[in-house]
Design a protein around this ligand. Structure first.
Ligand code: HEC
Length: 132
């Protein structure tokens, strides 16, 4: 008697746990596909140095997609980036976030993003923010 109700309770708990797991998995999938994930990654990875609307250690990035490199007037860029003549597109941003030093030797951004899917999500977010 006692044993049976115990095992029923355990069964119910396992069922609830399975449901919870399924729910979490669904949530994760939803998040990976929504533009929020690029926003979250931007805030997590870039937010220490960049904001969209004001300069921090790095320049503000609102509208950066499609813009010429080093064109925020209020920001003190490295000479290297000022001379680079880069326009920020999918291709140049991908190369920048993979290895800034390889794209523009002696630039001032000492940071890169390891994972390709994170780079894509962040670039898509910046592109969307720039209305492109
Ligand atoms: C440790 C601080 C730091 C982090 C973290 C960082 N950046 Fe930067 N970023 C900079 C600095 C400093 C510059 C200016 C580089 C220069 O003048 O050579 C810059 C420049 C840039 C530029 C060129 C902007 C322009 O106006 O030409 C882009 C694009 C950029 N960062 C994107 C990102 C993204 C996206 C991330 C997150 C994945 C990121 N950065 C993370 C410091 C950082």
């Amino acid at each position: 008697m006692l044993d049976r109700s115990k095992s029923r309770a355990a069964g119910a708990a396992a069922g609830a746990f399975a449901l919870l797991l399924a729910g979490l998995t669904l949530l994760d999938v939803g998040r990976a596909q929504s533009p929020a994930s690029g926003k979250e990654l931007f805030e997590k990875r870039c937010g220490g140095c960049h904001a969209l609307d004001r300069d921090k250690e790095g320049p503000q990035l609102h509208g950066v997609y499609g813009r010429k490199a080093a064109s925020v007037e209020s920001f003190q860029y490295s000479d290297a980036l000022k001379k680079s003549k880069i326009v920020w597109t999918d291709e140049t941003l991908e190369r920048w976030l993979t290895d800034t030093e390889k794209l523009v030797p002696n630039n001032d951004m000492t940071f890169h993003v390891e994972k390709s899917d994170e780079r894509s999500a962040i670039i898509a977010y910046l592109k969307h923010d720039s209305g492109k």
